[in-house]
Design a protein around this ligand. Structure first.
Ligand code: 0L1
Ligand code: MG
Length: 262
């Protein structure tokens, strides 16, 4: 690690305050160019501890930048991992307040809930498939705290991978009933198709994102507990939204998820 605990805590407070006040900031590597991956995840952990200390529950884990479309859109080459909190959750079909956010974008995600713990190293698609309880669709609303979504990977990890809101909808299905690779997804904004993809857009198989997450946590002495909700990452590029926009995402075999931005 390159940063001391006081700096980690200061940067966590800086980024979380930007999130809660819906105010953009410059990427933190501008001031801390030597920070390393451990520092970045330590800042994210400190943000999580701040939320949990206030009584906000961590209700899921997320993989981000797992599709080639998203990597290309953001000019990066590897996935990142974060968490979602209870206050970020919104009901299917609900209104989402734009004034609480900076410059939100929506992502269509295939999500899973586990029924057995997963601990890396060595997790692979097979071990993940055996540990999935059920599959369900969600839309993630990302909202980087960095001005104009301009960041590098360490800055974005520190910023909890732009986590902001999420909407679970549709219907859950047993994983045996689905082919996660060919599962089609169509994202519409105001009735117009904006993007479409299949599950294989996520690292060849959405379960591969969960395996990467388990191996990432394993390297840090942690595991994915049974009963964890995991967002595997946007299947398409992220779509910007503004007040008045209606989003509907249709998932093959999993129903749809919708929301309106106000
Ligand atoms: O969930 C995601 O894919 C977001 C990863 C962070 C980068 C971004 O804000 O696009
Ligand atoms: Mg995402």
């Amino acid at each position: 690690m390159q940063l001391d605990q006081a700096t980690i805590d200061k940067l966590a407070a800086h980024l979380e305050t930007a999130e809660l006040e819906a105010r953009d900031v410059l990427k933190i590597t501008d001031d801390y160019p030597h920070m390393d991956w451990e520092d970045a995840y330590a800042i994210q952990d400190a943000i999580r501890h701040r939320k949990e200390a206030r009584g906000q529950k961590t209700v899921g884990l997320k993989a981000g930048l797992t599709s080639f479309a998203k990597m290309k859109q953001m000019g990066v080459e590897s996935p990142v991992f974060g968490f979602v909190s209870d206050y970020m959750s919104r009901q299917d079909g609900s209104e989402i307040q734009i004034s609480e956010l900076i410059h939100p974008k929506v992502e269509a995600e295939i999500c899973v809930v586990t029924k057995a713990p997963l601990r890396g190293p060595g997790c692979h698609v097979g071990s993940v498939m055996a540990a999935i309880d059920f599959v369900l669709p969600a839309v993630e609303i990302i909202d980087s705290r960095y001005r104009d979504f301009k960041f590098d990977l360490k800055s974005v990890v520190a910023d909890n991978t732009s986590a902001s809101r999420f909407v679970i909808g549709g219907r859950s299905r047993d994983v045996e009933e689905l082919d996660l690779r060919t599962l089609g997804v169509v994202l519409e904004k105001n009735g117009q198709i904006m993007a479409m993809a299949a599950g294989a857009a996520v690292l060849g198989h959405p379960a591969a994102a969960v395996a990467m997450l388990a191996n990432h946590l394993g390297a840090r002495g942690q595991e994915i507990p049974a009963g964890t909700f995991i967002m595997t990452g946007g299947v398409t590029e992220a779509i910007p939204v503004q007040a008045g926009d209606n989003i509907v995402v249709r998932y093959q075999d999993l129903g749809s998820v919708s929301m309106r931005f106000v």
